[in-house]
Design a protein around this ligand. Structure first.
Ligand code: GTP
Ligand code: MG
Ligand code: MG
Length: 298
């Protein structure tokens, strides 16, 4: 018995020493290699504590991408809905995103102030959002563009910005929504002048030079009988994604008494999902209606 154990221990020691010798030959020590010092070259990109972390993505050269893929002008609802599907996927797959806002080829994601996801490393936040979003864009493309093949892989740039207070975060989101409004009003008149009045892009640009918002509204109304306020909210306001409880109804096989075996029943489950809203973010009403988003808990 003792001899068997000794033989076993002997053979294990031999195997271990082979490993040690192999490690030494490769310049590796068991605990730390001599190469370990290169870790010190990694920059510390920890996001400041107590700040809201915002990741904003923007489509790379989407002017060309929209042309190549025959996006409707000035707004393609398929493209906007695909962007929102990708943003919902990001919110569901990643941690700690409390609200997102999207318009045109961009989406902003707000991580909760107290988030400690990946120890608040900016590069982790940014790359995970960008890669999850881009892969979703390709994955869900066909669901939104059934008749338009995807011709080449799209890319998205990302940036991380920290906002130190609730007011600066609200002002950030207001800035993006104001940008959506300014661009959409301009684009709506610009394309009406081209598509309905037959102007060239250069002529349309000339016509709009120096005009204010009121002038553009007036051109739309008097020349094209378009009341800008009747344009779809999704185009004018962009898309806000917030977590809300929704009832999901599914038909499924359930365990039933023997005589009813094989019956299918509808089952309703309440889930929390990122739900799109097309509303104003600039005034106080939204924040009063959704006090939980900015609450101290986050
Ligand atoms: N036709 C059409 N074009 C769109 C739509 N949404 C976005 N775009 C295009 O995407 C562009 C987005 O603008 P930017 O993000 O400033 O420019 P970009 O071409 O993506 O260039 P970079 O972001 O600098 O790489 C717009 O100027 C449009 O040309 C849409 O719904 N319809
Ligand atoms: Mg872009
Ligand atoms: Mg853009």
């Amino acid at each position: 018995m003792w001899l068997v154990c000794a033989a076993e221990i002997g053979s294990r020691l031999a195997a271990t020493s082979v490993t040690i010798r192999r490690c030494l030959r490769l310049g590796v020590t068991m605990a730390k290699s001599k190469f370990e010092y290169v870790r010190d070259f990694e920059a510390d990109d920890t996001c400041l504590p107590h700040c809201w972390v915002v990741v904003r993505l923007d489509g790379r050269n989407f002017h060309r991408f929209a042309e190549k893929h025959n996006f409707a002008k000035p707004n393609d609802s398929r493209a906007l809905q695909l962007m929102t599907k990708c943003a919902q996927t990001v919110m569901q797959e990643l941690e700690d995103i409390v609200i997102a806002y999207g318009q045109s080829d961009e989406y902003s994601f707000v991580f909760r102030r107290k988030s400690n996801w990946f120890k608040r490393r900016a590069s982790k936040f940014m790359t995970l959002v960008a890669s999850q979003f881009a892969s979703s864009y390709v994955f869900y493309w066909r669901d939104y563009f059934a008749d338009q093949p995807l011709l080449y892989p799209p890319g998205f740039d990302g940036r991380v910005v920290l906002y130190p207070s609730n007011q600066t975060l609200k002002d950030y989101l207001s800035w993006r929504q104001a940008d959506c409004h300014i661009n959409n009003l301009y684009n709506t008149v610009f394309w009406a002048l081209i598509q309905q009045s037959g102007l060239t892009p250069v002529q349309a640009q000339e016509r709009l030079k120096g005009t204010l918002a009121g002038d553009k509204n007036e051109i739309l109304f008097s020349q094209f009988h378009i009341n800008y306020n009747d344009e779809p909210q999704m185009y004018r306001k962009g898309t806000v994604l917030v977590w809300q409880k929704v009832d999901e109804v599914r038909t499924q096989e359930v365990r039933l008494p023997a005589e009813m075996e094989g019956e299918r029943m509808t089952v309703t489950r309440t889930r929390t999902r990122p739900v799109p809203l097309y509303c104003d973010l600039i005034g106080d009403a939204f924040w009063k209606e959704h006090p939980d988003i900015l609450s101290g808990e986050n």
